[in-house]
Design a protein around this ligand. Structure first.
Ligand code: ATP
Length: 353
């Protein structure tokens, strides 16, 4: 147990509402542990700041963040600001600048909740999706030339490096090894993409030699999307490139109940810089200010943050409180079929703690 400095960046839209809720729950949790201290500093970065100052975050933001143990992030996205600015100048700038190259997305069907999958059989969903978070299709390599002319060209180049592939694949294999089923599904598209994806496959062939105890399988991304729906129980840990895992994990979130529930962490595994934890949903301007945003994705993300900080007991206690709220079912947010607003769900989690 110890003292941790957390940089909270609520960002845009409902990010502000769910991060406030998450901080409230974390403070409540810490108040029950005399040996756990969480010190929050809130940074008002995001689209409002951009509209006022022309920058989503200050120039020295990354240096500031390096002084913290972890970052607790809401969302970035605002209808008044082009998406490529709100995303690239804040969230991606932090992920890339702090080399948070591993994005983790645990997915579980929590007690009491039902999945839109209706196969008629009892279902268990307990997946752990590892997303490459620094290169691939979102590397930023490419360009636009001959703008506004008929021969205009736009290129986004998918970049896979041997080093980038190896480090994320080893990270995922380590996670698969630590889970009971010791199973990893490797997602690729090397049948259609002949260069970067083939390197992605080749590296996997090599690194799996060091993990004879982990059962691996190779699945094309399109087939994997179908597998999520038709055979969810066959899946445990998954590793995929940036774009593939981005899409698959939103599907996973929806299949496990709602986008509002799903947590994620952007991890710097070597701990050379702080890692960042956030709900996977975006700014959801359609419900902003209604007091109806589901805070459970942000609260589950806070549990991931505690686990990363080495506070396993506090993390498990927090996840247990979320599970009691979903199992009980009397205080569910609207996206999970209930009537409770953000404040009520947050209060119920605190009570469950
Ligand atoms: P962005 O552009 O920032 O990604 P978005 O509004 O396009 O945001 P999301 O916020 O990811 O996309 O979510 C899509 C929809 O799902 C929202 O419009 C909202 O109706 C619903 N939703 C997402 N998150 C939540 C939540 N925490 N609670 C309730 N509903 C949510």
């Amino acid at each position: 147990m110890g003292t941790y400095r957390i940089a909270a960046i609520p960002g845009d839209g409902i990010g502000k509402e769910v991060i406030a809720a998450g901080c409230q729950v974390l403070e409540h949790l810490a108040s029950g542990h005399s040996d756990l201290t969480l010190e929050f500093e809130v940074f008002p970065w995001g689209s409002d700041a951009y509209l006022e100052t022309g920058a989503m975050m200050p120039e020295d933001a990354l240096d500031t963040l390096r002084g913290f143990d972890a970052i607790y992030f809401g969302s970035a996205g605002d209808p008044r600001v082009p998406d490529h600015i709100s995303l690239w100048k804040l969230r991606l700038a932090i992920c890339q600048g702090l080399d948070q190259y591993a994005n983790i997305r645990p997915t579980r069907l929590l007690p009491g909740l039902s999945s839109p999958l209706k196969t008629g059989t009892p279902q268990t969903i307990d997946w752990f999706i590892v997303r490459e978070n620094s290169e691939g299709e979102y590397s930023g390599a490419g360009g636009r030339v001959h703008q506004a002319l008929p021969n205009e060209v736009g290129l986004d180049v998918s970049v896979i490096t041997r080093e980038g592939a190896e480090r994320i694949q080893r990270f995922a294999l380590d996670i698969a090894r630590a889970r009971p089923r010791k199973k990893l599904t490797f997602v690729t598209k090397s049948n259609a993409q002949r260069h970067a994806m083939v390197l992605w496959d080749d590296v996997f062939e090599e690194v799996t030699q060091d993990y004879p105890d982990v059962q691996t399988e190779r699945v094309l991304v399109d087939a994997m999307a179908a597998r999520f729906v038709t055979d969810p129980e066959s899946i445990d840990t998954v590793v995929a490139t940036n774009l593939h895992a981005d899409v698959l994990s939103d599907l996973a979130a929806a299949l496990s109940g709602s986008l509002g529930l799903a947590p994620t962490g952007n991890i710097n595994p070597e701990r050379e810089a702080p890692s960042m934890f956030e709900p996977i949903h975006g700014s959801a301007f359609d419900i902003m200010g209604h007091g109806s945003a589901n805070p459970l994705g942000a609260i589950w993300s806070a549990s991931l943050m505690l686990e990363h900080l080495g506070e396993k007991n506090a993390a498990t206690q927090l996840l247990g409180a979320i599970e009691r709220v979903t199992a009980d079912g009397s205080s569910l947010p609207r996206d999970l079929g209930g009537q409770a607003g953000t404040d009520e769900v947050t209060g119920t989690v605190c009570d469950a703690l």
